[in-house]
Design a protein around this ligand. Structure first.
Ligand SMILES: [Zn+2]
Length: 390
């Protein structure tokens, strides 16, 4: 059993949790950590020393003052070590460097053409993120301070191998071994996951780390979800857990999906589906931005489609909520700002769910903004770095 498979109870007070308590400000001393974890002061000290030796924690304020020793303060170092992150989308990539607490140090958005293929796109982004780390003031301009890179891909990723499997709208990427390609190009660990999982992890750690069960929907050009179960990202056997894009919804007529089936959620409710449907109705629209503008302007065709999309997402989500009983359901991605979609998703969810499942259920927007994906990517790497030194 690796630490990733261990039940959460076994991790109480584990190095990752100690680090997170310090990073979030919940603990500033060894005594705080002892209280929060229920571990003995000597066990906490042992783990804190190990984290300090790895450069993941630092201690300040040591020394004597009048009337006894000043309490030493624990902190996550803000200089000297950073994590790189890439959140790849269909037209843009958000890249950044983050410190070991998961705070964004530098971030920028770059245009990409996914159809240029994986070697071109990933080669460039890896070079950009490495350069960003090299120029990072927090890292003292030392590229050697880069501890690892997390990458989010807008398609299904087989978690054990880091390979992309049957993505929609990513010509030339099917079967591509992202992990092996990155290992050939950079000297630090690279962890690959799908973009919805990164959003789930980033949003959970930022907004709801105290809740154990959560479902995050990413609705943008594509549509997907990430699941937090017992406080951890739930990937399932192959990494496809939470992939709701090809679940069937009620739609008449049922539009054909890129997977060959008809009536898939992605073919009805994704941003790409809304663009296609509007064009078929003779409404000239370039992209998702154009669709959102039409909805803002009160265009009846676009608004009706957004409501239909919200109902479709709500239908699938109702099944997920009844089955999984999360404490929070949050929607992120560009469609999360679309009021008619959100309202009909919420109404469908209440209509179709057991009262016991919705009684205390929080339904909300992901509030973390455009850095939620790189934040999740950084946390993947931080967890990996800490887990590598138990
Ligand atoms: Zn499909």
């Amino acid at each position: 059993m690796t630490i990733d498979d261990a039940p959460r109870e076994a991790l109480r007070g584990g190095p990752r949790e100690l680090l997170r308590w310090v990073a979030t400000g919940a603990a500033v001393s060894r005594a705080d950590l002892s209280r929060l974890s229920g571990l003995s002061p000597s066990t906490v000290s042992q783990r804190v020393e190990a984290l300090i030796n790895q450069g993941l924690l630092e201690e300040t304020g040591a020394g004597r003052s009048r009337g006894g020793r000043r309490p030493r303060q624990l902190a996550v170092p803000t200089g000297g070590a950073v994590v790189g992150a890439i959140d790849l989308g269909a037209h843009h990539a958000r890249i950044g460097t983050l410190d070991l607490s998961g705070r964004v140090v530098q971030a920028r958005t770059l245009p990409v053409r996914i159809e240029d293929g994986p070697e071109t796109v990933l080669g460039r982004l890896l070079a950009e993120v490495t350069a960003l780390a090299g120029s990072d003031p927090a890292a003292g301009g030392a590229a050697g301070a880069l501890r690892g890179i997390g990458i989010g891909i807008p398609g299904p990723v087989q978690h054990s191998t880091g390979r992309i499997v049957s993505p929609s709208r990513m010509p030339g990427w099917n079967g591509f071994d992202v992990a092996a390609f990155c290992a050939d190009h950079v000297d630090v660990p690279v962890i690959v996951d799908n973009d919805a999982n990164l959003m789930a992890l980033g949003a959970h750690r930022t907004a709801h780390a105290e809740l154990d069960h959560a479902v995050y929907i990413k609705a943008g050009t594509g549509i997907g979800s990430g699941v937090i179960s017992s406080g951890r990202l739930h990937r399932g056997a192959q990494g496809s857990a939470g992939d709701i894009s090809h679940c069937r919804v009620v739609a008449d007529p049922a539009p054909l999906c890129s997977c060959g089936n008809a009536g898939c959620l992605e073919a009805v409710a994704s941003g790409a589906a809304l663009v296609t449907a509007l064009r078929e109705q003779g409404v000239p629209v370039d992209d998702l931005t154009g669709v959102l503008r039409l909805i803002d302007d009160g265009d009846r065709h676009a608004t009706a489609l957004a409501r239909q999309a919200g109902r479709a997402i709500g239908e699938i989500l109702a099944v997920v909520v009844n089955f999984f009983n999360p404490q929070v359901v949050a929607i992120g991605g560009r469609l999360a700002d679309c009021e008619p979609l959100l309202a009909s998703m919420r109404a469908t969810l209440y209509e179709r769910c057991l009262p016991l499942a919705t009684q205390t259920l929080l339904i909300e927007r992901v509030a973390t903004g455009q850095d939620v994906g790189i934040t999740g990517a950084a946390h993947l790497v931080i967890d990996h770095v800490v887990a590598a030194h138990p």
